[in-house]
Design a protein around this ligand. Structure first.
Ligand SMILES: Cc1cc2nc3c(=O)[nH]c(=O)nc-3n(C[C@H](O)[C@H](O)[C@H](O)COP(=O)(O)OP(=O)(O)OC[C@H]3O[C@@H](n4cnc5c(N)ncnc54)[C@H](O)[C@@H]3O)c2cc1C
Length: 433
């Protein structure tokens, strides 16, 4: 059977794969996008039922299309439901005629021997490509730290498997991790009448909005989305934001006043009891400092630029400390606390085991510069902090995709020259003619 060939093979049709396809089309690069499930699958089936985007519709989108073109009910300041985000990405693929093939899984990628390109084995046969772009997502493999043994008598689920309160067995719930996923799930469960414990680690918590502007706008004008990746080891401070119920600032002290039981970082487990670090107050104080620091920077920006924005004294309101903050709990007996479920909102790791090429460090992480791999012809897109803070978000990945398309176009120009030169007579021969 003849082997199918393409210039550039994009793997994954989430927002990263689609942005890549748009830019490759604009650069005139023949390509194909393979997706093992459906377009935007993770927005459809790897997130909880009530999830809405964390950023407003005017901001969390590609430049070429607004959300109201897909759903006229979505205004620019609304937070679209996850199904609307999926519909938006699907409509985007149609608009830009992205050559997406769904239901095709890439099983392995290997370099061809003795000639340029890659052999890509898929669930529907082999494809040979000159280049591959791995756009398989910033959040691939759910991570559940091995803290609580499987036979401890509690159900343990990862946040990517949580759907709604009814899915969980009756009883109290412990959520570990207070980034955007953890805190939103905790709040939903508390509103559904559950007793909720939330283990809070270090975090940033920007105000949802300040002086009439969403934090996405403030981070934009203050240049913080464009912040370059910090030094290795310091990059991950989780960010606690929510677009739920029209969007509100995450304030852990308010949540504690409303009945949520806050705990420090989950440290260990012994004989039915969970042990928590003594860092709750420090984590809350640092989160408050991050929040207040952004307000200060916003005020300074408004003043320097003469912006006529309304004052917002409520933003600096400090809620009184609930008992769980005054006297932090360091040990919790799961059975006595009635905890039936632990939800681990502890993030994800990468899984590139199917890429049998020399492009990874000893921990399996891609070695790259702005997505251009150390292995020629291999590119990554949608990595957290790929080039900047915004890289794994809808609008950020679009800019990274443009950079990669440019790099691919440059490589193709070198090869065009080579082919042209190879078909021209050598200088000696030319003189002899
Ligand atoms: C709970 C949550 C909320 C978020 N909210 C926002 C938000 O409001 N705004 C925002 O900008 N960002 C948000 N993000 C971050 C980011 O936008 C999403 O994670 C987004 O899904 C990333 O898109 P992606 O295309 O890079 O990866 P993914 O959406 O993960 O897409 C990768 C695709 O690759 C496919 N795939 C993987 N392996 C293979 C293979 N071997 N062969 C073929 N196909 C494969 C997968 O099926 C998947 O469809 C959120 C993330 C989470 C977890």
């Amino acid at each position: 059977m003849p082997v199918e060939t393409t210039d550039t093979l994009v793997i994954g049709a989430g927002q990263a794969g689609l942005a890549m396809s748009e830019h490759l089309t604009q650069a005139g690069v023949p390509h194909l996008v393979l997706e093992r499930d459906r377009i935007a699958e993770r927005w459809r089936s790897a997130r909880w039922d009530s999830l809405v985007a964390n950023g407003p519709a005017w901001h969390d989108r590609f430049p070429g299309m607004t959300f109201d073109e897909v759903d006229p009910a979505v205004g620019p300041d609304d937070f679209p439901h996850k199904e609307v985000v999926a519909a938006y990405l699907e409509a985007y693929a149609r608009r830009f005629h992205a050559p997406v093939r769904t239901g095709v899984e890439v099983l392995s990628v290997e370099r061809l021997e003795g000639r340029a390109g890659f052999r890509v084995e898929t669930s529907q046969g082999v494809i040979e490509a000159q280049r591959v772009v791995a756009a398989t997502g910033p959040f691939q493999k759910p991570v559940i730290p091995p803290v609580i043994p499987g036979d401890a008598g509690v159900a343990q689920v990862h946040s990517s498997d949580y759907r709604n309160p009814d899915q969980l067995a009756p009883g109290a719930v412990l959520i570990v991790g207070a980034g955007s996923s953890g805190v939103q799930i905790a709040d939903e469960l508390r509103r559904a009448g559950r007793t909720v414990h939330l283990s809070v680690g270090p975090h940033d918590r920007p105000p949802r909005s300040y002086r009439g502007r969403d934090f996405c706008w403030w981070l934009g004008v203050l240049g913080k989305w464009d912040m370059a990746a910090p030094r290795p080891g310091t990059e991950h401070v989780t960010i606690a934001v929510s677009g739920a119920r029209g969007g509100e600032t995450i304030d852990f002290r308010r949540l504690a006043q409303e009945g949520m039981i806050l705990l420090g970082r989950t440290e260990g487990y012994a004989e039915g009891r969970l042990i928590f670090a003594g860092d709750l107050v420090t984590n809350l104080n640092n989160g408050d400092a991050n929040h207040d620091g952004l307000l200060d920077e916003a005020d300074a920006y408004a003043e320097r630029n003469g912006l006529d924005l309304p004052q917002d004294p409520q933003a600096r309101r400090r809620w009184p400390d609930a008992e769980c903050i005054v006297n932090p709990i360091r040990e919790l007996d799961l059975a006595s606390a009635g905890i039936a479920t632990v939800i681990w909102a502890t993030g994800f790791s990468a899984d590139y085991g199917w890429m049998r090429i020399d492009a990874f460090d000893e921990r399996g992480r891609p070695v790259h510069q702005r997505g251009v791999s150390v292995e020629p012809g291999v590119y990554f897109l949608g990595l957290p902090w790929q080039s900047r803070r915004g890289s794994s978000f809808i609008w950020g990945v679009w800019h990274d995709a443009r950079h990669i398309a440019e790099q691919i176009a440059i490589q193709r120009k070198y090869l065009d020259y080579h082919q042209g030169a190879a078909s021209r007579p050598e200088p000696e021969q030319r003189r002899a003619c």
